[in-house]
Design a protein around this ligand. Structure first.
Ligand code: 5GP
Ligand code: MN
Length: 339
């Protein structure tokens, strides 16, 4: 986004506005962190702010300061639609395509509000007047920090906002290890710690909250792990009955796919998770180096994301989805094996 647009937006935000801040469906640490932080920041500027996500987020994010102030569309659609209808501004965070908000999409399409996008996914849709989109950024939370910086208000970041932004940056960067992590990311993180983010406690709150059932499920996932050395690929499956046997709760499979990617020489990793409720197989894809799982997800699995982390779905059975996945690997043989 041009400097002049940041200035224009800052000017527009000098008088109280009705604002809705929206995150994507199945919100992750970055979606919860960036929306809650931006919402709290905008409230400090005396705006009437609603932070809205389509559905629930995992328990391991519920400790986050300000997360209790996030409204859920699925809990009260009438209230959410009213807020969207009244809004002067709608900030959409951590997604690049309105279909990522599920049923809430219709209300957004019908809205007359001015849209502001803050997002780091590739190939953004063109729905926002103010489009702060940067696929080189590791997280939307880092972008919210830069947004606040660009409008000259870093002094308004308090300990709660700092903790939310820290969590978003930490979770989307695999704890600062993915290639999108830059020296600037670490400078932002340093400032957030100075502003009160309790870094060690945040890591514990997110990563040291396993239930015995979740670890049992991880055991099943690792048992199901298949390696295809000829394609430098590894994948995991979890059927609905396996999830049921471990009393699956939202968020329990978060990070499992990373185990497949951790196998030496693996460039492509996937996890296929059956959902009886949605009648789909939810797919998470991860890669190392230049192999684009965003493209793979777009081409074959109705999804998208980033070069090294993407997601999608399949309407086939779990077994047929795996057959399809294996059958498309030869298409990518050169990219997977010869780089
Ligand atoms: P995850 O595998 O953790 O669910 O998602 C990894 C990345 O891919 C995230 O950045 C997420 O936004 C994106 N992603 C996941 N599922 C989908 C999907 O169904 N469609 C699109 N466009 N992106 C997705
Ligand atoms: Mn993100």
């Amino acid at each position: 986004m041009e400097n002049s647009q940041f200035t224009e937006l800052k000017q527009q935000l000098t008088s109280p506005k009705k604002i809705v801040v929206i995150g994507h469906k199945n919100p992750d640490g970055d979606a919860v962190g960036s929306t809650a932080a931006l919402g709290s920041f905008l409230k400090k500027l005396d705006h009437d702010v609603t932070v809205l996500v389509p559905n629930d987020f995992p328990d391991f994010l519920k400790w986050m300061p300000l997360s209790s102030e996030i409204d859920r569309y699925d809990k009260n659609p009438t209230h959410a639609k009213q807020k969207i209808k009244e809004a002067d501004f709608i900030f959409t965070l951590d997604f690049n395509d309105l279909s990522r908000v599920g049923e809430m999409q219709t209300a957004l399409i019908d809205s007359d509000a001015t849209f502001v996008m803050i997002d780091h996914h590739q190939a953004p849709e063109d729905y926002a007047k103010y489009m702060y989109s940067d696929a080189k950024m590791g997280s939307t939370a880092e972008m919210v920090y830069h947004f606040i910086d660009r409008i000259g208000m870093l002094n308004l970041i308090d300990a709660d906002i700092a903790a939310n932004l820290y969590t978003g940056i930490m979770t989307d960067s695999g704890s600062f290890r993915f290639p999108s992590t830059t020296s600037m990311t670490h400078r932002v993180i340093a400032d957030l710690i100075d502003k009160g983010a309790q870094n060690s406690t945040i890591h514990q709150n997110v990563y040291d909250t396993n239930s015995p059932d979740r670890l049992k499920l991880l055991g099943i996932a690792l048992k199901n792990l298949k390696v295809l050395p000829e394609y430098n690929t590894a994948f995991i499956t979890l059927s609905q009955s396996e999830l049921d046997s471990c009393s699956f709760k939202k968020g329990d499979t978060e990070g499992f796919v990373q185990y497949a990617l951790s196998i030496k020489n693996t460039r492509l990793a996937a996890i296929f998770i059956e959902s009886r409720k949605d009648k789909i197989i939810k797919i998470s894809l991860r890669s190392k180096g230049g192999f684009s799982v965003n493209q793979l997800a777009r081409d074959y699995f109705q999804g998208g994301g980033h070069i090294n982390a993407a997601g999608g779905k399949s309407d086939k059975s779990l077994a047929d989805t795996i057959i399809e996945f294996i059958s498309i690997l030869p298409v990518y043989q050169t990219a997977l094996c010869n780089e």
